[in-house]
Design a protein around this ligand. Structure first.
Ligand SMILES: O=C1OCCC/C1=C\Nc1ccccc1
Length: 476
């Protein structure tokens, strides 16, 4: 790989500078350090645990430490610090004694699990007493699981909102998997990040334009095709026809894509004229004929106040193409006509849109959403307050419960001792100080001494993360 992301593939360089000297800072005769990861709270009451497997496979599985990498790191850290701080002896021991496989044990709750905050989600401990310093060296990397977790969580809660409105205003929730489409590729920070975030959204949905998510889900979760999309216009393919040519541009879309779903952005000049006249009169017969072959035209407004514009567009289209009333008493456009709102969509704005539609007696069946920046980017580590802390150690052969309890912020108090995570009838409980029953621990060993012990399929992850409303309906 000529230009690897981050400039190198040397895992020894993927940590915070201060950690390089931490091997010199633990008490003498420390033989075990055990740390855990949790969401301490935040925007959403529960967190979808997702993405650890990506990090393990990308960075930690296999003989990842070599003498060459140690030498490269020693050289770099000598220049970075201006003194010898890097644990050459410790890392060389790992190459010589463990053939470069990391002597760590990582336990984690199954991927896709939806766990209320303040519960342990994963634990890391060293398996070789000489490598006590190794546990927290990779904290930096482990904590980066905040990103796929938080994207999956934000997406999950939007799924819940859409499902609620479908349940209230549509004949079924069957269309749910395609109701929130990922528009976020360009707003992501890098190709790697967009692949991770795009994949995280697909834990909950099946619609995406973030192609990078497909290869990421395939490589790291064995999913052959994690998401789907359809032919869709962008402004340039409409505006190049000129303002006078907009009807021709629309007709071209209907002609070139005579079957299946096709989306056409229609707000280049005047969305109301586009719906009233171009779609509603000039091209009406073509749309209906296309519909007789199962074609569906998806009209896309892309500006205006979302809750208002959506109802305005639906009202015009309803007047022009007619509507039926479904089993819940709400209006539905003909099956060959739908709309998609991809502007200004986020967890905060989906409800007002669907609520206004409901108020005007429109079923949620009529609409799909596209979300970009809010879906993949408007999150950070504090959204769910993700943290990694040491809770247990063995020093001079004595077990020690390790914790922090800052008088200046008790919200940052950390858990003590060996932790287990139990789940009985959907109730999750973290048991501290080694008082839990290991047999009831829902966290399983996914990584040990460089080997991946559990390889989750994307289907398993999706099943674990399925929302209750859908689970209830599947049981019936
Ligand atoms: O507008 C966009 O911004 C950037 C991402 C893609 C995109 C639209 N795509 C699309 C897909 C399926 C139905 C409708 C639109």
């Amino acid at each position: 790989m000529a230009y690897p992301a981050g400039g190198t593939d040397n895992v020894l360089l993927f940590t915070d500078s201060y950690k390089v000297s931490h091997h010199m800072q633990y008490p003498p005769n420390t033989t075990v350090v055990c740390s855990y990861f949790e969401s301490r709270g935040g925007k959403f009451p529960s967190t979808v645990f997702f993405g650890l497997q990506y990090l393990l496979k990308r960075w930690l599985v296999g003989p990842v430490i070599t003498k060459e990498k140690i030498e490269e790191a020693r050289e770099l850290y000598q220049q970075h610090f201006g003194r010898e701080l890097f644990n050459v002896e410790g890392w060389t021991y790992i190459v010589e004694k463990h053939k470069g496989y990391l002597p760590l044990r990582i336990k984690a709750v199954p991927e896709g699990s939806v766990v209320p905050y303040k519960n342990v989600l994963l634990t890391v401990e060293n398996t070789d007493p000489k490598c006590f310093w190794l546990t927290n060296y990779f904290e930096t990397m482990f904590v980066q699981v905040w990103y796929p977790m938080t994207v999956a969580t934000n997406s999950y809660y939007q799924k819940g909102i859409i499902a609620k409105y479908l349940d209230e205003t549509a004949d079924s929730v069957d269309g749910l998997p395609f109701k929130l489409h990922d528009f976020g590729f360009r707003g992501s920070t890098s190709m790697e990040a967009t692949g991770i975030g795009g994949m995280a959204h697909l834990v909950n949905f099946m619609g995406t334009d973030t192609i990078a998510a497909l290869a990421t889900a395939k490589t790291f979760y064995g999913c052959k095709m994690a998401g789907f999309s359809i032919p869709a216009a962008e402004h340039s393919t409409i505006t190049t026809w000129g303002r006078e040519g907009e009807m021709e541009a629309f007709k071209n879309m209907l002609t070139k894509f005579p079957e299946g779903l096709m989306a056409c952005v229609s707000d280049s000049y005047d969305i109301f004229n586009a719906c009233e006249k171009l779609w509603g009169e000039d091209l009406k017969d073509m749309i209906i004929e296309r519909g007789s072959r199962g074609g569906v035209l998806v009209i896309r407004p892309d500006s205006g106040d979302p809750p208002v514009i959506v109802v305005q567009v639906l009202d015009i289209l309803g007047k022009k193409f007619g509507t039926t009333t479904n089993s819940k008493g709400y209006k539905v456009l003909p099956p060959y006509l739908r709309i998609i709102q991809g502007d200004g969509i986020s967890y905060e704005t989906i409800s007002p849109i669907l609520e206004n539609m409901k108020k005007h007696e429109w079923s949620a069946d009529n609409i799909a959403f596209g979300s970009g920046g809010a879906l993949l980017q408007r999150v950070d580590r504090d959204t769910q307050k993700c943290a990694f802390k040491c809770s247990y150690a063995v020093i001079n052969g004595k077990e020690v419960n390790v914790f922090k309890e800052p008088i200046t912020d008790m919200g940052k108090k950390s858990k003590k001792g060996r932790l287990t995570l139990e789940c009985a009838d959907g109730e999750w409980t973290t048991i501290q100080e080694g008082k839990g029953d290991p047999k009831k621990d829902t966290m399983i060993t996914v990584f040990e001494n460089g080997k991946l012990l559990r390889d989750y399929t994307f289907d398993e992850v999706r099943e674990n993360a399925e929302i209750d409303l859908v689970k209830r309906k599947k049981r019936k």
